[in-house]
Design a protein around this ligand. Structure first.
Ligand code: HEC
Length: 175
C-alpha cells in the first residue's frame, strides 16, 4: 500500500467510525426527546394547578408516558440511586453508569453501551433545576410533604439542591 492509499484508508476508517458513534448517541438522545417533552409538559401543565396536583399527575402519568413510548423494541425510563417510586429501578446494564455519575460529578457525559449484537443502551444524567425543588428539595411545603408521604411512603428523593444529580434517563433500542 502506498502512503497515499494508507492515508485515504485511515481517513475513510476515521470518518466512518466517527459517524457510527455520532449516529449511535444521536439515536439514543433522539428517542429520549419525546419522553422528556411529555414529562415536561405534564409537569408544567400540572404546576399551573398547584404543585400538589402535579404529584397526582406525575404518579399517574410518568409511568404511563414511559410505557406508551416503549414500543418497537424500545424500552425507556427514569431511574435514580435515591428513588421516589420504587418501580423506577435501574436496568442492570445502566447501574455502573449511574454509579460513575454519582461518584464523578466532573464527568457526566451521556454514554452508550452495546448490550448485544444489535441492541444498544443509552444513558443521560438528570440534574436538579430550581423548578424541581418544590418536590425534591430540602424545604417542602406542608401540603406537598403530606401528599408525598401518602403516595410514596419509602420516598428517598428529597434533600436535593440545584445542580445535584437526581438520576438518569435510560433507553434500550435496536440498532
Ligand atoms: C410537583 C412535584 C414534582 C416536581 C416539581 C418534580 N418532580 Fe420528580 N417526581 C415527582 C413524583 C411524584 C415522582 C414519582 C413519579 C412516579 O411515580 O414515577 C417523581 C419522580 C422523579 C424521577 C424518577 C425517579 C424516582 O425517584 O422515582 C426523577 C428522575 C425525577 N422525578 C426528576 C425530577 C426533576 C429533574 C424535576 C425538575 C425538572 C422534577 N422531578 C420535578 C414529583 C415532582
Amino acid at each position: 500500500m502506498s502512503f497515499l492509499q494508507r492515508l485515504i484508508f485511515a481517513l475513510v476508517f476515521f470518518i466512518c467510525t466517527a459517524n457510527a458513534q455520532e449516529h449511535n448517541s444521536e439515536t439514543g438522545a433522539e428517542i429520549l426527546l419525546p419522553f422528556k417533552q411529555e414529562l415536561q409538559q405534564a409537569l408544567l401543565g400540572g404546576l399551573a394547578d398547584g404543585p400538589e396536583q402535579v404529584i397526582d399527575v406525575c404518579k399517574l402519568e410518568a409511568p404511563e408516558i414511559a410505557t406508551s413510548l416503549s414500543q418497537n423494541g424500545i424500552l425507556l425510563g427514569r431511574a435514580s440511586d435515591r428513588l421516589r417510586n420504587p418501580l423506577n429501578t435501574t436496568p442492570e446494564w445502566a447501574a455502573p453508569i449511574l454509579e460513575s455519575y454519582t461518584n464523578n460529578p466532573e464527568n457526566r457525559e451521556p454514554q452508550h453501551v452495546s448490550l448485544s449484537e444489535n441492541r444498544t443502551g443509552y444513558v443521560e444524567p438528570i440534574l436538579i433545576q430550581p423548578v424541581c425543588l418544590a418536590c425534591h428539595g430540602t424545604e417542602l411545603s406542608q401540603s406537598i410533604s403530606t401528599k408525598l408521604n401518602l403516595a410514596y411512603p419509602a420516598d428517598r428523593a428529597t434533600g436535593y439542591q440545584t445542580g445535584d444529580l437526581r438520576g438518569i434517563f435510560w433507553v434500550e433500542f435496536v440498532e
